[in-house]
Write a protein that binds this ligand. Structure first.
Ligand code: PGA
Length: 254
């Protein structure tokens, strides 16, 4: 079945306001209306309003990098899904930097997913194993736990739901997973989704690869049957490389 490929640009904690606005303007010029691929940018939180303004009426979506599940109250420093819902359509949930740098648990990731879905936004649900987990043969167990705890009380899984497979050892390291490893692990993720929600939901689920994706490897990764998109960090910070990645993705999936 046809799954619309989806490319996300995760800017992380990078770019001041002027370079951020310049990049958004350049991406609108180079990517608005691109056929065959859904394109989303996730700038730092203070620039989400700018992004929504600059990209309004274009085909490029805006996403947040994180979210808090409580709607409001005495939660200094947090941003609720309820506040984001008026500004963005996508939210990255469970990124490995949230899990490993900020000690976010799978249970917290589940609360975030439930809140984001409840408000009609599209999560990028990120999962991935550490290097030592892969080396000791525990990748599938780790992914299964992250996915199944993340899916608690989520029924049904919306069509076109996005899982981002991001091996932690490949993020920001320049060490991309080979297309074969990325493909096999994305297929394993699809099997876990099928076990939880059935074949039809798993077939409609979009699985991104993330971890040192760039303009050179995008086409090869995207031509794998179970890779339906990319979540891009470093290479999303320049208009040229992110545009090339989106174009390669569109070309690889026609
Ligand atoms: P990277 O980051 O492309 O810089 O490896 C990917 C991510 O963390 O989403």
């Amino acid at each position: 079945m046809a799954r619309t490929p989806i490319i996300g640009g995760n800017w992380k904690l990078n770019l001041g306001r002027t370079p951020a606005r310049d990049l958004l303007t350049a991406l609108r010029a180079s990517l608005d209306g691109i056929a065959g691929v859904e394109v989303v940018v996730c700038p730092p939180a203070p620039w989400l309003g700018d992004a929504a303004d600059i990209l309004r009426g274009s085909s490029i979506g805006v996403g947040a990098q994180n979210v808090y599940w409580q709607p409001q109250g005495a939660f200094t420093g947090e941003v609720s899904a309820a506040l984001l819902a008026g500004v963005v359509d996508y939210v990255i949930v469970g990124h490995s930097e949230r899990r490993h740098v900020f000690h976010e648990t799978a249970e917290e990731t589940n609360k975030k997913l439930q809140t984001v879905l409840g408000l009609g936004m599209q999560p990028f649900f990120a999962v991935g194993e550490l290097r030592e987990e892969r080396e000791s043969g525990r990748t599938n167990d780790v992914l299964k736990r992250q996915l199944l705890v993340g899916f608690t009380d989520i029924e049904p899984l919306p069509e076109g739901f996005v899982v981002a497979y991001e091996p932690v050892w490949a993020i920001g390291t320049g060490l991309t997973a080979t297309p074969e490893i990325a493909q096999q692990t994305c297929a394993d993720i699809r099997a876990i989704v099928a076990g939880r929600y059935g074949e039809a939901t798993a077939e409609a689920c979009r699985i991104q690869y993330g971890g040192s994706a760039n303009a050179e490897n995008a086409g090869n990764l995207m031509s794998q049957p179970d890779i339906d998109g990319l979540l891009v960090g470093g290479a999303a910070l320049q208009a040229e490389s992110f545009t090339a990645i989106c174009k390669a993705a569109a070309a690889a999936t026609v």
